[in-house]
Design a protein around this ligand. Structure first.
Ligand code: P1T
Length: 377
């Protein structure tokens, strides 16, 4: 089936008890047992819930995986995947990642005896240099947040296979509509469903997708043992949102391409980061492994004062954390989403105080460009 057909139908047959076309939200904590151990596969909603099951089936199909598991946020999902690591293990993480991901690996997992190396994973040599005998996992974002750097999923997966390592890919920025890391050899895909999958800035969620029975059993165990599950209502909202994912992503992509081209023509803009631009260092790789370039655009201006004056003038782009909703947002990563990364680490990675990140929404492109034009004057 095509992507949109699956997005609308996969896992979502009409409800057999009522013939309701839209599956109901199963707001129940627990389930009646006819006698001890005799039930319909549902015992307690932390362990399993029918609405969550439908969402999990739907996203597994879209990500070309066998299994999906839904968590209460993207970070809860990343935490669950990090449990493949044990005391004494080493993990390699992309140096440019969402600030909360950095914080989880650098300031939380290290307390549990896990060693972390942050490297620029766009360069395979960097990865090969830091692999050690205790390395277990490589975790990448591609494109990265906020610098939109692209790592070669297939090539990194080949390294992982030859060294017996697991590869997890944060696919939040691309969504399954534009990129399917499992098909490129990744073992685990993670989403902050809060972003494009949700698409309307009204929920928090996270999803893991895998093919391996063993990883599925592990993460299902963690989902139940830790309990950071997605609520039935939010599962239902996500199912509703995913039906329009393809349409939204097309428009995000189209608008962001126009915005990136416009920014590149502006003299106050020092540099534009967007994988769809020919000037992007991994533009060719992006064309190879992605089917679109997404809705995120970052750009750099002189300094913090210039950033401040631009942010104050913007009217349609709303100053806020998060991304991936239908409305356009603007963010200053250094003081907002990436503030948990020490300044010297940020700057070494190229994330300066002059960087502005746009989540380009699906409004009329003329209005978005006019807003940027008056703010950059
Ligand atoms: O916010 P949460 O649902 O827990 O997702 C964390 C997360 C994971 N991965 C990526 C690539 C992300 O961008 C995020 C969250 N990011 C933001 C809130 C932000 O504004 O960048």
């Amino acid at each position: 089936m095509g992507f949109s057909t699956d997005a609308i139908h996969a896992g979502q047959a009409p409800d057999l008890s009522t013939n309701a076309v839209i599956p109901p939200i199963h707001l129940t904590t627990t389930y009646y047992q006819e006698e001890i151990g005799k039930h319909k596969g549902y015992v307690y909603s932390r362990s399993a819930n029918p609405t969550r099951d439908i969402l999990q089936k739907n996203v597994a199909v879209l990500e070309k995986g066998k299994y999906a598991l839904a968590f209460s946020s993207g970070l809860a999902a990343i935490h669950a995947l990090s449990t493949v690591l044990k005391n004494g293990d080493h993990v390699i993480v992309s140096n440019d990642v969402y600030g909360g991901t950095y914080r989880l690996f650098q300031r939380f997992l290290t307390d549990y005896g896990i060693e972390v190396s942050f490297v620029d994973t766009t360069n395979l040599e960097n990865i090969l240099e830091v692999i050690k005998s205790n390395t277990k996992l490589i975790h990448i974002e591609t494109p990265t947040n906020p610098l939109l750097a692209i790592s070669d999923i297939q090539a990194i997966s080949n390294i992982c296979k030859s060294k017996n390592l697991l590869l997890s890919v944060d696919n939040t920025f691309m969504t399954p509509y534009f990129q399917n890391p499992l098909e490129l050899g990744a073992d685990i895909v993670v989403h902050s469903a809060t972003k494009y999958l949700g698409g309307h800035s009204d929920l928090l969620g996270g999803i893991l997708i895998v093919n391996s029975d063993e990883l599925y059993e592990r993460f299902k165990f963690v989902q139940n043992a830790i309990g950071a599950v997605l609520s039935p209502f939010d599962c239902w909202l996500l199912l509703r949102s995913i039906k329009t994912l393809a349409l939204r992503m097309e428009r995000h992509n189209q608008n962001a391409s126009e915005v990136a081209k416009f920014l590149e023509s502006q003299s106050v803009v020092k540099r534009v980061f967007y994988p769809g631009l020919k000037s992007h260092p991994q533009h060719e790789l992006a064309k190879k492994q992605m089917r679109g370039f997404g809705g995120m655009v970052s750009f750099e201006v002189d300094d913090f004062n210039r950033v401040n004056s631009i942010l104050k003038k913007l009217k349609i782009f709303t100053l806020a954390e998060s991304l991936g909703g239908v409305e356009s947002l603007v963010c200053h990563p250094a003081t907002m989403t990436h503030a948990s990364i020490p300044k010297e680490v940020r700057e070494k990675n190229g994330l300066t105080d002059g960087l502005i990140r746009l989540s380009v929404g699906i409004e009329d492109i003329e209005d978005l460009i006019s807003d940027l034009e008056q703010a950059l004057k």
